[in-house]
Unconditional design. Structure first.
Length: 390
């Protein structure tokens, strides 16, 4: 037995050396290296979203890996490549399709969708891989599903003056808790409660009403969407379902002063760790009425007063980044910039900032949209600088 030990040890040593060599060069099926994913296509200075018989541009989203941009035109979703060539579109919406964001977790596009007359508010979820031709019907082609947002309905329909009558889709009323007019801004980002994990954040639309003091916050709801497939239902116009979470995973308030229809575009920027809120300017003279606010991502939400409510109320209050323009009487910080029609962070200091317009075609007015590459500088009044145009 002893005479075999040196030979046995030598064989074992040789086997180990050969195995190490195979691993070093990637040999062996069990240890083959996973091929690196293909690089994302280079990003152009601008992407033209086309001209359409629709509503105006509401939001944009990008799938960088596949090189696709998505444009929301109120009742129409358009998918293009990075040269602006239309690949497909989704039609058939009678509600308001708003801001968009791309979920890298499941490869789908999420958008806000509201039907105010029906008191129905949703997140619309688009399977971008299946959007392969123009004029695909949202109701019959299976490319879009929806999840109901019960919390938005509760605040939108709140009878704030207790007269037993809900006053409907109008800002000229004390109804609608926080002035809620529905939903618009939407973005993926970290949990604002700092419990870990990513969340979908949906922001309220807020009516412009200078006669009330309880509508001076931007309201953000957060949801963990990992189990949302159990809620998803097809879009059925005129038969609105109520399948969705009973409540959000978090509700947050940013005190900016009243704006005109609340958060138009919401975007999380991983480069800075901050949240960008693009709005149409408000009309209250007690506030600065900026067009862009930045939520400081380095400061956790704190329990505090939700100012101006009919009865004292506390909530999770977000802090504005103490940069940019500063309005001392209100303490509000912000900027003057675009982004209301579409805002996409590329998470490296660059953004696509959308521009909306119109063109005349054969006597008809068509709505246009273009995503233009910018870099964040933080300068005042406008923190973005254009990087180039075609």
């Amino acid at each position: 037995m002893r005479s075999r030990a040196p030979a046995h040890l030598a064989a074992l040593f040789l086997s180990t050396v050969l195995a190490s060599a195979l691993l070093a060069v990637g040999g062996g099926a069990a240890h083959a290296r996973t091929p690196a994913p293909p690089p994302s296509p280079p990003l152009p200075a601008s992407v033209d979203g086309g001209a359409w018989s629709s509503g105006h541009l509401q939001g944009t989203a990008i799938d960088r890996r596949k090189g696709h941009l998505y444009f929301s035109f109120t009742d129409l979703l358009v998918k293009t490549d990075l040269s602006g060539r239309p690949i497909g579109s989704v039609t058939g919406f009678t509600g308001h399709l708003g801001d968009l964001d791309f979920n890298t977790g499941d490869g789908r596009v999420y958008g806000s969708l509201e039907y105010k007359a029906a008191e129905a508010f949703y997140v619309a979820i688009f399977d971008g891989a299946r959007i392969t031709r123009m004029n695909m019907d949202a109701r019959t082609t299976g490319v879009v599903s929806t999840v109901h947002l019960r919390e938005v309905v509760r605040d939108y329909t709140a009878d704030m003056n207790g007269d037993g009558v809900f006053d409907g889709d109008t800002g000229d009323t004390p109804d609608h808790r926080y002035g809620c007019s529905g939903v618009d801004g939407i973005a993926f980002g970290p949990d604002l409660n700092r419990r870990g994990g990513g969340r979908l954040t949906v922001a309220y639309g807020v009516y412009s009403n200078t006669a009330r003091s309880d509508n001076d916050h931007q309201v953000l709801l957060q949801y963990d969407v990992r189990d949302w497939r159990k809620y998803e239902r097809p879009l059925v116009e005129g038969a609105h379902h109520t399948s969705g979470p009973a409540s959000p995973d978090g509700k947050f308030f940013a005190h900016t002063g009243n704006t005109t229809y609340g958060v138009q575009n919401l975007e999380y920027d991983r480069h800075s760790g901050n949240w960008l809120i693009a709005v149409y300017k408000g009309r209250k003279t007690a506030f600065p009425r900026y067009s862009l606010y930045v939520v400081d991502g380095s400061r956790p939400a704190r329990r505090g007063e939700v100012k101006g409510q009919p009865r004292p109320e506390s909530g999770r209050i977000l802090s504005l980044l103490p940069r940019g323009l500063h309005h001392e009487p209100s303490g509000v910080y912000g900027y003057e910039s675009g982004g209301q029609y579409g805002l996409v962070s590329l998470d490296d200091g660059r953004f696509y900032v959308a521009e909306a317009g119109t063109v005349d075609s054969a006597g008809a007015t068509l709505q246009t949209g273009r995503a233009v590459l910018h870099r964040w500088t933080g300068a005042v009044p406008d923190p973005f600088t254009v990087l180039g145009r075609p």
